[in-house]
Write a protein that binds this ligand. Structure first.
Ligand SMILES: [Zn+2]
Length: 369
């Protein structure tokens, strides 16, 4: 029996919901509804912290044993991270100060609360640690503030954005995506966050001990970002997948290549686990990995077919929504994924700037309405 109370707790085997079948193009543009997060016991001394909502509302985890503890990911801002740590402290005294924090990748919603776990060893892949330097919380705060101001300007913002003397990075893209950027990131508090880098980095694979538990960190990026990893707890048959899995919503491929994301799914499929804590969305199991692998494989085929037929990226994405992928939330990400795959198939190696990707998604979302 699963319990969905605010505090812990449930134990026993999942699976849970992964795929929602309703087919609607518009209603799923953004699933902004947010209910209270849940801390759920998923094994002996093992917890998943599950947030609900859209962009930036990520999951985290806690592994405790023999007086030691390991936190999988911090959250997007200090208030969210503080409230998660308080909840964990109420559930187990072992988590008062985690000994180790693992960041599954460089996105802020998985590491911008790091400053609240001072004194802990903070571990990520080397690639993720490097990528963390590319966007500061301060810059994102500025971008959201500018987007908020631009969104109030209406059509005049396009003229403003064309003025080269205004020095905001990628202003035309920001003007295009202004409302969308505010909708995605406007509810977080990025001011006051000090980028707190990992104290230890690794390449490939790292084995850790937490009390009497063995923990395997396995780097599978670049895929969602440059340095994704998952955290496997073999004794409890649990894995924390980071953003290799978005349960119930479209994933987004900032980095790729897509073949590497598919390989990452294969590495998850090779594990003997009962519970998977995705980077976003409800708890899932191996079925969630199969669905994600299938998503990417089908998108590769659809994109290739569409581009050979001369369809635009938006047309391919719209077709994909109608055919197969209408049931997941955050459907605007589909156009970003088709765009990334298409660029790969056209032989391109470079990635678009994230703000340009946001502009493409914003335009697609407007067209869907
Ligand atoms: Zn995330």
């Amino acid at each position: 029996m699963l319990c969905f109370s605010r505090h812990v707790v449930h134990s026993g085997k999942l699976p849970e919901i992964y795929v929602r079948k309703e087919k609607t193009l518009k209603a799923n543009f953004l699933s902004g509804a947010k209910t209270a997060p849940e801390l759920r016991e998923i094994g002996a001394g093992l917890f998943a912290y599950v947030q609900h909502g859209s962009w930036g509302y990520s999951n985290a985890g806690l592994i405790t044993s023999g007086g030691a503890s390991l936190l999988v990911d911090t959250l997007y801002d200090l208030a969210l991270t503080r409230s998660m740590l308080d909840e964990m402290r109420r559930a187990t005294p072992l988590s008062s100060t985690p000994n180790i924090v693992v960041n599954t990748h460089a996105d802020g919603d998985h590491c911008w609360g790091n400053q609240l776990v001072g004194g802990a060893r903070i571990i990520s892949s080397r690639s993720a640690a490097l990528e963390m330097r590319e966007l500061s919380p301060k810059l994102l705060a500025t971008l959201v503030g500018t987007a908020r101001a631009l969104s109030r300007l209406g059509p005049a913002r396009r003229f403003l954005a064309s003025l080269s003397r205004i020095r905001v990075p990628r202003l035309p893209a920001l003007a295009e995506a202004a409302e969308f950027v505010v909708e995605c990131f406007g509810s977080f508090h990025f001011r006051g966050i000090e980028l707190t880098q990992p104290t230890e980095r690794f390449d490939g694979r790292l084995t850790l001990r937490v009390g009497d538990k063995t923990i395997e960190l396995v780097e599978v990026g670049p895929a969602h970002t440059k340095g994704d990893l998952f955290v496997h707890v073999p004794s409890e048959r649990v894995v924390f997948s980071g953003d290799i899995l978005f349960a119930g919503s479209h994933p987004i491929m900032w980095q790729g290549p897509v073949e590497n994301w598919i390989r990452a799914c294969d590495r998850l499929l090779a594990l003997d686990v009962d519970v998977i804590v995705p980077g976003h969305g409800p708890l899932t199991d191996i079925h969630g990995v199969r669905v994600t692998k299938d998503y990417w494989e089908r998108l590769v085929v659809l994109t290739d077919r569409g581009r050979r037929a001369g369809a635009s990226t938006a047309e391919i994405a719209r077709q994909a929504l109608q055919e197969d992928f209408g049931g997941w939330s955050e459907s605007h990400r589909l156009v970003a994924n088709v765009d990334a795959i298409r660029r790969e198939q056209d032989g391109g190696r470079s990635r678009r700037h994230p703000l340009d990707v946001m502009a493409i998604m914003a335009r697609f979302g407007r067209d869907l309405k």
